[in-house]
Design a protein around this ligand. Structure first.
Ligand SMILES: Nc1ncnc2c1ncn2[C@@H]1O[C@H](COP(=O)(O)OP(=O)(O)OP(=O)(O)O)[C@@H](O)[C@H]1O
Ligand SMILES: [Mg+2]
Length: 252
């Protein structure tokens, strides 16, 4: 049965989407069937894997306007599929607030996915709003990308409080598999300090692999390519491959 991971951090631009795409890509290259779920109305994940047919997508699926099969798209990478997002998803946040069981729409919508895919990776928007709560309710495992900067720790505390609340009220079996560092620049002392401090505090909840700052990772999505397709030898590609292996091993 497929396992559902959710990438969450309310801070913007920390690497949620880049990580979902590239961890997904390396899991697919390991022969797994992988579904990426774009749950952000910015639709960066969708365009980042080269899909430009945004509808019907996740909004239509959760609102009952389309069936599971009609929202699936295959990417150019074998084994890697995506459910796209469109700007319509921003309206869903408002519509959902009004409804009973509003935190469980995504969970319900993804029910058919577990039998069809080994890994389902949900990319969330940069907020702790109703969409992210849906992501956390639907998932088995939370993955938290973190940039190595001063305010990251404060954001992390708030995020972990939210996850604990979800575990208590909505999804008791949710596991925090871990925190991983992105856009790491070894030349700055601050980055080293953040890694040391977070690792000392969260211990085995911190992944060993650190994703370096690497311009190739930021170029790849503009060509609609994963890093494995765009530049498999670059430092970012090697790091995401290693992180995907860690995700697989921890989740076994
Ligand atoms: N390791 C990296 N090195 C260099 N650039 C990166 C790296 N990871 C991500 N980027 C770039 O940084 C920007 C933010 O990354 P990304 O979109 O993955 O973050 P996000 O957390 O999904 O953002 P948002 O909160 O807006 O959804 C993007 O332009 C991306 O290409
Ligand atoms: Mg994103």
């Amino acid at each position: 049965m497929g396992k559902i991971f959710v990438f969450v951090n309310q801070k913007g631009g920390v690497g949620k989407t880049t990580s979902a795409i590239n961890i997904g890509a390396y899991l697919a290259l390991e022969g797994k069937s992988v579904l990426l779920v774009d749950f952000d109305s910015q639709a960066n994940l969708t365009s980042g894997v080269g899909i430009n047919a945004f509808k019907p997508g996740i909004y239509e699926l959760i609102s009952g306007g389309a069936g599971f099969d009609s929202v699936l798209r295959k990417t150019a990478l074998s084994g890697l599929s995506v459910i796209p997002a469109s700007i319509d998803l921003s309206g869903a946040a408002v519509e959902l607030i009004e409804q009973k069981g509003r935190e469980f729409f995504l969970k319900k919508a993804l029910e058919p996915a577990r039998d069809r895919f080994d890994y389902i990776l949900i990319d969330c928007p940069p907020s702790l709003g109703v969409l992210t709560l849906n992501g956390l309710s639907a998932a088995d495992v939370v993955l938290i990308p973190m940039q190595c900067e001063y305010f990251a720790m404060e954001g992390l505390t708030l995020l972990l409080q939210t996850v604990k609340r979800i575990q208590k009220n909505l999804n008791p079996s949710l596991i925090i598999e871990g925190i991983f560092f992105t856009m790491y620049d070894s030349r700055t002392r601050l980055a080293q300090e953040v890694v040391r401090e977070v690792s000392a505090y969260f211990k085995d909840k911190v992944f060993t692999t650190i994703i370096p700052r690497n311009v190739r990772l930021s170029e790849a999505p503009s060509y609609g390519m994963t890093i494995s397709q765009y530049d498999p030898q670059c430092s970012g590609a090697k790091a995401y491959r290693s992180l995907a292996m860690e995700v697989m091993q921890r989740g076994a």
